[in-house]
Design a protein around this ligand. Structure first.
Ligand SMILES: [Zn+2]
Length: 289
């Protein structure tokens, strides 16, 4: 079993120590004891190829696994062909930079179903994602990258666990991003016990086979929600909000899952990723006694 831990984005403490560029972040992550880094194009793709290459070189040197988060404005659920084509292009550009960087995973949000009914939006999404996969094949981006649609936290977004499993069945080059905070929020506090977490892995196993549990991408943070779903991500110390990572850690160990777990806490994401790693080690050690 291998479970890797890392942050989404750069922790405030990295900048407080005087660092300015993400090029130095892999070295910093290694020093603090982490294994992975998700670089976000969430608000736009504005990373130079040269910088992407340098981040990648350092990640290799310090053995930090890289992933990319594609822009948040990707929307494969639209009736508008232009929106679908733009979404394909954002995924293509993100994947190209991921290849240059040596980032082997590209995470994206499938799209919205706020304006049209869910079924129609999801049909459009499957069509758009299939087209995107065709484009990425043509651009020789496989097997350098693997595309990871994410489970989403709001009622008006595509990306329930079932929808993500169906999307990942389109092509071998798709694996799920399981965002446990989002699943918790969408289910209005659905993850409260070991069996709640086990249910997710059992569904993945029956929908995508055992290989899925040997190569899983995950996001974790505590989350606040309303009836509409996700409201706000919180830090691990904000214990008013779930879910509890120790429950997930127990299930990862029990089911022998190979996962990369990216922590999405605000500002102190690296510190929280380390805390997740500590909790995981503690659960592992408790089994050895
Ligand atoms: Zn995301």
């Amino acid at each position: 079993m291998t479970v890797e831990f890392g942050p989404s984005g750069n922790s405030q403490s990295f900048y407080d120590e005087g660092y300015k560029s993400s090029i130095d972040y892999p070295m910093w992550l290694k020093r603090v004891g982490l294994d992975a880094y998700e670089y976000s194009f969430g608000r736009g793709i504005n990373l130079k190829e040269e910088t992407a290459f340098k981040i990648g070189e350092n990640a290799k040197r310090f053995n930090i696994k890289l992933s990319i988060h594609a822009p948040y404005y990707i929307n494969f659920g639209s009736l508008d062909d232009d929106t679908i084509n733009k979404s394909i292009d954002y995924l293509r550009k993100s994947s190209k930079l991921a290849k240059i960087m040596g980032a082997d995973r590209v995470v994206f949000h499938p799209g919205s179903c706020a304006k049209i009914d869910r079924k129609t939006a999801f049909e459009r999404c499957k069509y758009g994602v299939s087209k995107a996969i065709e484009t990425l094949y043509k651009e020789d981006l496989f097997p350098y990258v693997i595309i990871c649609p994410e489970t989403m936290g709001k009622q008006n977004q595509l990306g329930t666990l079932d929808e993500i499993i169906e999307l990942c069945n389109i092509d071998y080059n798709l694996i799920p991003t399981i965002d446990f905070g989002h699943i918790h929020a969408l289910g209005r506090g659905a993850l409260n016990s070991i069996s709640d977490f086990e249910y997710i892995f059992d569904k993945l196993f029956s929908g995508l086979g055992e290989k899925c549990l040997k190569k899983l991408h995950c996001h974790f943070s505590r989350i606040e929600y309303t009836d509409a779903g996700e409201k706000k991500h919180w830090s691990l110390s904000d214990t008013d909000y779930g879910p509890e990572f120790s429950l997930l850690a127990k299930v990862l160990i029990k089911k022998d899952v190979y996962a990369r777990i990216i922590c999405e806490s605000r500002e102190n994401m690296a510190e929280d990723a380390l805390e997740l790693k500590r909790i995981f080690q503690m659960e592992l050690n408790s089994l050895k006694i």
